[in-house]
Design a protein around this ligand. Structure first.
Ligand code: ADP
Ligand code: MG
Length: 453
């Protein structure tokens, strides 16, 4: 008995045939509505034999409906859905089952069967020739669940059922496998095993179209991604081109950040969208002292800018991941006059300037000078008191007297910023700021000589 094989086999029966250059699947301007409510609009794309494509998109965007259309379960209201060049409505169910195997999102069984029988049912479309059939036990073994064969299907967990239904679909030996969120109930080990197996099957010639929610799995496993948004194709192409943060933000309404680590790309998310403008904060930081605040403030909806930072500095890298506007100096170089002037211009558009506990040397003392200019321009400057302890250039002397407010560390500073009133006012909400502000010991030089009281 053979393990599942997915080389497109010559058709044995009445299945419609198509020429060699025909895509395996083609959708042309497809519209679909349940009753009167439109669900898919103007969908066009095609799959070539050997494609390995993921479908992503928000809940309700029409993903399940789309794969059901390809399997011929629904017929389009307008446009065409072709499998091997032939409209799906021209297939009988059994012929379609030889071309397309679907692992649905939801599955129920009316009968209480043993797992082995459930898996065997997948081969119904292949007729009765035992030599042509795959071995259900081997198929289960390939999914890492050989031990389930003699269990009752009804007694399995959701994840186990998912794998059994996949085994059933593989038994069809169809050249195209459609999967509708096959990993949704799987633990991480079975998830990775599943996607590795799909890749293996794909290398053997199986064409795979798989709906999934995990955008990082989508980035890593698939050759191409189709992004559905509100019933339309928002993007279709290589994952790196398609899952750009701006696309993710537009489609899902969350903030998305791209990170590169060890040669791979990762996406992370936060619930707030850019543009929920709570005010503009300019950070003076460096060496990683500002990275946490950058992320926190950006996530909280502030428009964050920073400078001057050295290229390749941890804060500069974080700012780049977050897509922040920054003034950047060459790596390991002192802040030059040109960068300083640009920094002043950027900082003047801020509602608030925040200074992290950045170590200050002659290399970045100009950034502290920039903070003084901000004060002179009427922009409040709030600083982590750690900046004074790490000042090796004397640049922070007299800052308190000049009007800088100091806070006991990053948390206190962030609490105060969050409690601050809306942009433009330049004023703090008394309670929030007072709660977080430090009763900092006066600086040695903070009292002008001869100051009374
Ligand atoms: P997705 O798989 O992307 O979550 P679906 O294709 O399941 O989206 O559903 C798309 C839209 O169609 C949703 O608004 C859903 O409520 C609706 N829908 C899905 N199935 C049916 C149905 N059988 N009858 C009516 N509306 C449906
Ligand atoms: Mg769905």
């Amino acid at each position: 008995m053979a393990a599942p094989s997915h080389r497109p086999a010559p058709s044995t029966g009445g299945a419609p045939q198509a020429g060699p250059a025909t895509p395996l699947v083609a959708l042309k301007d497809v519209d679909f509505a349940y009753d009167e409510r439109p669900v898919l609009r103007r969908i066009s794309f095609s799959l070539e034999p050997g494609d390995f494509v993921g479908i992503v998109g928000p809940n309700g965007s029409g993903k399940s409906t789309l794969v059901d259309l390809i399997d011929g379960i629904h017929q389009p209201g307008a446009g065409e859905v072709l499998v091997k060049g032939v409209p799906t409505r021209r297939y009988r169910r059994k012929d379609m089952a030889r071309e397309v195997a679907l692992v649905p999102q939801h599955f129920d069984l009316d009968f209480d069967l043993a797992v082995r029988e459930v898996v065997e049912m997948g081969a119904y479309c292949l007729g009765k020739d035992p030599a042509a059939l795959s071995d259900p036990e081997l198929t289960l073994a390939r999914l890492g669940v050989a031990d389930l064969a003699s269990r009752r299907f009804s007694e399995l967990s959701g994840g186990e059922k998912q794998l059994v239904v996949l085994a059933q679909a593989l038994m069809q030996q169809a050249p195209l496998l459609l999967l509708d969120e096959p990993a949704s109930a799987l633990d991480v080990s079975h998830q990775l095993r599943l996607f590795d197996l799909l890749k293996e099957l794909n290398a053997d010639g199986l064409t795979v179209l798989c709906i999934l929610h995990d955008l990082n799995l989508a980035l890593h496993y698939f050759d191409k991604l189709l992004v559905l948004s509100d019933g339309e194709v928002a993007a279709f192409g290589p994952p790196d081109d398609v899952l750009r943060p701006e696309v993710v933000e537009a489609v899902y309404g969350v903030r998305a950040y791209l990170h590169r680590h060890a040669g791979r790309t990762y996406l992370t998310f936060s619930p707030r969208l850019r543009g929920e403008r709570r005010g503009r904060v300019h950070l003076i930081c460096g060496g990683g002292t500002g990275a946490g605040m950058m992320r926190e403030l950006a996530d909280a909806g502030y428009e964050v800018t920073a400078g001057v930072l050295n290229a390749l500095d941890t804060d500069e890298e974080t700012g780049r991941e977050l897509g922040l506007e920054m003034i950047v100096e060459a790596p390991f170089s002192p802040v030059g006059d040109e960068a300083h002037v640009e920094n002043l211009a950027l900082l003047r558009s801020a509602d608030l300037v925040v200074v992290s506990a950045v170590p200050v040397s002659h290399g970045n003392a100009l950034n502290i000078a920039a903070a003084r200019e901000a004060l002179a321009a009427g922009i409040p400057v709030w600083a982590d008191e750690g900046v004074r302890a790490g000042d090796f250039a004397g640049a922070t002397d007299g800052l308190a007297a000049a009007g800088v407010q100091f806070f006991a560390g990053e948390e206190a500073l962030l609490t105060a910023v969050r409690a601050r009133s809306l942009p433009g006012s330049g004023r703090t909400t008394a309670v929030g700021a007072a709660a977080a502000r430090v009763a900092a010991p006066p600086e040695d030089d903070s009292q002008p000589e001869g100051a009374a009281t």
